[in-house]
Design a protein around this ligand. Structure first.
Ligand code: F2R
Ligand code: MG
Ligand code: MG
Length: 329
């Protein structure tokens, strides 16, 4: 299976003429999709066996992405369309997300998101649909965090990334955990994108920065748990301490840990996330977004990119957003 445009795209990534911002933007967006698509086969598995992982890695079949990537692309297009004003228009975004679900409902959406999208498309205001979900609690799922990474490409700083993330999250995730998961993942993506891959990542400083930006004590405690698991914890041990389900409170810290274990090796980040089991597509997607935002696209195995559906289009969308990155990025 050969996809010539993509081959050109990945070959160009190795070209020294390509700017770092382009490489990083492609890394971030294609990292989301590759992690998601590799993890999709294992979603819901308690753990993932090494042999199954190798089989999946070496297969030649098409890598299909799921709702994680589908909705990330919606948010990326939403941001790209607002070329002069870096903002999130909640009313428009809610409708765009719902239309994407309606266009391809088979991509594996969460029950809460399906209900909210259905209600939005039949005339319920997004705020009401979002707040009514799960008996009025709102969703604490990771659906807002899994789609948030492109915000890092347009934000002017960590606080801006957090504010845009909050606005992008509330349209579907009214519960504070759903919202805070998205805010933490957006801030982590911004910091990873703006880190220098030529210098070893200061992981303690990275966690310190995140801890200063999160408002809630329970999320700061989660970051401390991530700190204690650095280096020594196997994926199974990490999953047992943090949890690996579709809740933002479990999966966002686990994805962060997978990134921090291998901040310069996207393939290892993804393997770690997959071996932790549970919500594998989402955890691998969020983790890979962070690593490849730091390293750039050239660090992602080309064999995986060549199997990924719509890789060329995703790369082109990343290029559009890269033009929005500030010169320091
Ligand atoms: N939904 C899935 N995968 C399962 C089915 C896939 C299957 N292969 C298929 O094809 O059908 N994956 C996707 O959903 C997760 C993102 O979820 P999102 O968008 O946040 O949705 P939801 O439903 O709001 O939350 C997810 C689950 O969390 C629990 N939950 C959330 N809030 C709750 C609350 N207030 N009370 C109780 N439970 C709550 C529920 O179990 C939700 O269903 C990603 O994994 C994505 O890949
Ligand atoms: Mg999914
Ligand atoms: Mg998932």
């Amino acid at each position: 299976m050969q996809h010539r445009p993509l081959l050109l795209l990945t070959r160009a990534a190795h070209n020294t003429c390509m700017s770092d911002s382009l490489r990083k933007a492609r890394g971030l967006l294609l990292g989301v999709a590759v992690g998601d698509a590799l993890g999709a086969a294992f979603e819901g598995h308690r753990s993932v066996d090494g042999d199954d992982l190798v089989r999946q890695e070496r297969a030649t079949t098409r890598l299909r992405y799921t709702d994680d990537t589908a909705l990330t692309l919606v948010l990326a297009r939403h941001l790209a369309a607002r070329s002069n004003l870096v903002s999130v228009d909640e009313d428009a975004l809610a409708t765009e997300l719902a239309r994407e679900w309606h266009r391809e409902p088979w991509r594996g959406y969460g029950a809460g998101s399906r209900e909210i999208f259905e209600r939005i498309l039949t005339g319920t205001p997004w705020r009401q649909a979002s707040e009514d979900c799960f008996g009025g609690q709102g969703s604490y799922g990771n659906g807002a965090a899994m789609r948030v990474a492109p915000i890092a490409l347009v934000a002017t700083g960590p606080s801006h990334a957090i504010e845009l993330a909050r606005r992008s999250a509330v349209v579907t995730h009214a519960h504070h955990h759903g919202r805070h998961g998205a805010m933490l993942q957006a801030c982590a993506a911004f910091l990873a994108l703006n880190s220098d891959p030529g210098t070893p990542l200061d992981r303690q400083a990275f966690l310190d920065h995140l801890a200063r930006t999160v408002e809630r004590t329970d999320w700061r405690t989660r970051l401390n748990t991530v700190r204690t698991l650095l280096d020594s914890a196997s994926p199974a041990v990490a999953a047992s301490h943090l949890g690996n389900d579709a809740a933002a409170f479990t999966s966002v810290p686990l994805a962060l840990l997978a990134f921090l274990q291998y901040p310069d090796q996207p393939a290892e980040t993804i393997r770690y996330a997959l071996r932790a089991g549970g919500d594998t597509d989402t955890i691998a997607s969020m983790a890979a977004a962070l690593t490849t935002a730091r390293t750039g696209i050239q660090a992602l195995p080309s064999a995986w990119l060549e199997r990924l559906e719509q890789a060329t289009e995703i790369g082109e969308l990343a290029d559009t957003l890269a033009e929005r990155m500030s010169p320091s990025q």
